[in-house]
Design a protein around this ligand. Structure first.
Ligand code: ADP
Ligand code: MG
Length: 252
């Protein structure tokens, strides 16, 4: 589904990614780990066209991702969540989720303005789908509440629901369980596995939480200083001396 080759990203003098290459098959759940500053978010930003690549290629299905405009990603079936949440604080939870489905509202400006029957049908369908996601992610009770002021664990679920409203094939999650309690992490992991199976998702998940990564991912890729230093089954990567060194520093 995804083939990244020789991806290099530089910001002025900083090399955030250097010759990164890997593939992801449809249906896989791949963990992307590595210390802070390793380039994980930059990789997502590059794939979702927020950062420009310096060199290399990114192929998604039959598309060269480097030529895709950011606003065309949703239609290609790519959705992401953000490390620091990408929600609109003043919009309700339901409205935030509808933002994710925005690209599927195909009624034009004029027909929307006139509220033609086609527009109303479309709205109804998108709302019904949003309500299904709300239900699925235990958000029905807060559906009409503004995102601002809700507990952090709830915001993380809204963020996931917004990405799922895109109806993605490829889902990119940036530190989805960071800041959650133990119980919430387990719950999120179980939920994610259920969603992946039901919605036939391919997932790349950036996470530091080793328990989550080990229990959830089929395969793990470890980045350090913008380079892939290990890749393989979760247990093997966790025990890889280079990975242990990267996380614990030279003293290890
Ligand atoms: N827009 C940017 N401009 C300059 N440097 C950046 C930018 N984005 C990221 N970097 C740098 O690239 C490196 C990788 O950052 P990042 O991808 O956020 O790491 P991670 O997500 O693995 O913690 C860091 O050194 C960071 O400071
Ligand atoms: Mg990051």
């Amino acid at each position: 589904m995804l083939e990244i080759t020789n991806l290099t990203v530089r910001f002025g003098g900083i090399t955030a990614l250097q010759d990164v290459g890997f593939t992801v098959a449809a249906g896989e759940m791949v963990g992307l780990i590595g210390p802070n500053g390793a380039g994980k978010t930059t990789l997502f930003n590059c794939m979702t066209r927020r950062n420009r690549l310096t060199s290399g290629t990114m192929r998604y299905l039959d598309t060269d991702l480097s030529t895709v405009r950011p606003d065309a990603l949703a239609a290609l079936g790519i959705a992401r969540t953000f490390q620091n949440l990408g929600l609109f604080p003043r919009l309700s939870v339901r409205e935030n989720i509808l933002v994710g489905a925005h690209h599927r509202a195909c009624a034009g400006f004029v027909s929307a303005g006139l509220r033609l029957p086609k527009v109303r049908r479309e709205e109804k369908l998108l709302r019904a789908e949003a309500d299904e996601l709300l239900e699925r992610l235990d958000l029905t009770a807060v559906a009409d509440h503004p995102a601002a002021g809700l507990p952090f664990g709830t915001l993380k679920r809204i963020e996931l629901a917004r990405a799922l409203a895109v109806r993605p094939q490829l889902l990119l999650l940036d530190e989805p369980v960071n800041g959650l309690s133990h119980g919430e992490v387990d719950e999120f992991a179980a939920r994610l596995r259920g969603l992946q199976a039901d919605l036939a998702l391919t997932v790349i998940v950036v996470e530091h939480h080793m328990g989550f990564v080990m229990g959830t991912c089929d395969r793990v890729i470890c980045l350090e200083f913008g380079q892939v230093i290990a890749e393989g089954e979760p247990e093997a990567v966790q025990q890889d001396p280079a990975v242990i060194r990267a996380y614990l520093g030279a003293s290890a």
